[in-house]
Design a protein around this ligand. Structure first.
Ligand SMILES: O=C(O)CCC(=O)C(=O)O
Length: 251
């Protein structure tokens, strides 16, 4: 972690830091992610947990919610001090984990995630103390659906987000409010982490490659943060010790 990472984060609203986790660690977590993904289909929300292939005949994992609650290995991984120390450096206070999800794009048909700001969904304040870490479980580039950011968008307001027809889990700001001339691609090797501010506009395209693209997204706040919604009501850091045996707070 260097000073230029900090400056990049606060100037652009996001930053990539390589080699936070080892190849072995991410390989193990990537394989574990796939075993949980197979058990996630949610018939009530087609397209949410599983992505259909272009011809509609096959499905593959898109998302696993709350991996932290599902397996001790996910917990130990996401609470790794190498990660939490970087976050503390970026936001200036101890990070508390409130939620997480695994985003997967299978080869050739991992679907796009439209532009959005996380804090539109979270409703948390102050927004400078809310951050997402996205751990690359595969090498990620333009072809397999890297994260893309509108540089500096964390300095503007939360935009309106309109419903996306047929996708109750996605909302999208009006196209004219997205300055795509300021779009940057966050290329990252497996084991690296992309960090973004809660207001930074971000998206990812469909996976056009023959490779997987898996990312472990974790959402953090400081102890100062409150939410106008129920975002923090079930935050992991508020949980008592659980049957899995790990404490969920990170302070
Ligand atoms: O992995 C993706 O494509 C989307 C990730 C995302 O929106 C997030 O981590 O906030």
């Amino acid at each position: 972690m260097e000073r230029n990472h900090y400056d990049h984060y606060w100037n652009k609203g996001w930053v990539v830091i390589e080699e936070v986790f080892s190849g072995e660690q991410v390989e193990r977590i990537g394989a574990l992610a796939l075993t949980y993904a197979d058990n996630e289909p949610n018939a009530a929300r087609p397209g949410y947990n599983m992505d259909p292939s272009p011809d509609g005949t096959q499905k593959a994992p898109r998302k696993v919610d709350h991996p932290f609650l599902k397996d001790r290995e996910f917990r130990d991984f996401v609470l790794d001090e190498r990660l939490t120390q970087i976050i503390e450096f970026l936001i200036g206070a101890k990070p508390l984990l409130f939620g997480d999800q695994l985003f997967m794009k299978p080869p050739r048909y991992g679907s796009a995630k439209p532009y959005h700001q996380d804090n539109f969904y979270f409703g948390c304040h102050p927004d400078d103390e809310v951050i997402t870490s996205w751990i690359a479980l595969d090498d990620v580039d333009a072809a397999n659906g890297c994260l893309r950011y509108i540089d500096g968008s964390h300095l503007g307001p939360i935009l309106p987000h309109n419903p996306v027809p047929g996708q109750d889990y996605n909302r999208l700001p009006p196209q004219e409010l997205l300055d795509l001339r300021k779009e940057s691609l966050a290329l990252v090797k497996r084991g690296g982490v992309v960090f973004h501010h809660s207001k930074t506009l971000h998206t990812s395209h469909r996976n056009e490659s023959e490779r997987w693209r898996r990312g472990y997204a974790a959402h953090w706040v400081t102890a100062n943060v409150t939410s106008e919604r129920d975002t923090l009501d079930k935050a992991y850091f508020k949980r008592a010790p659980t049957p899995l045996g790990a404490r969920c707070d990170v302070d």
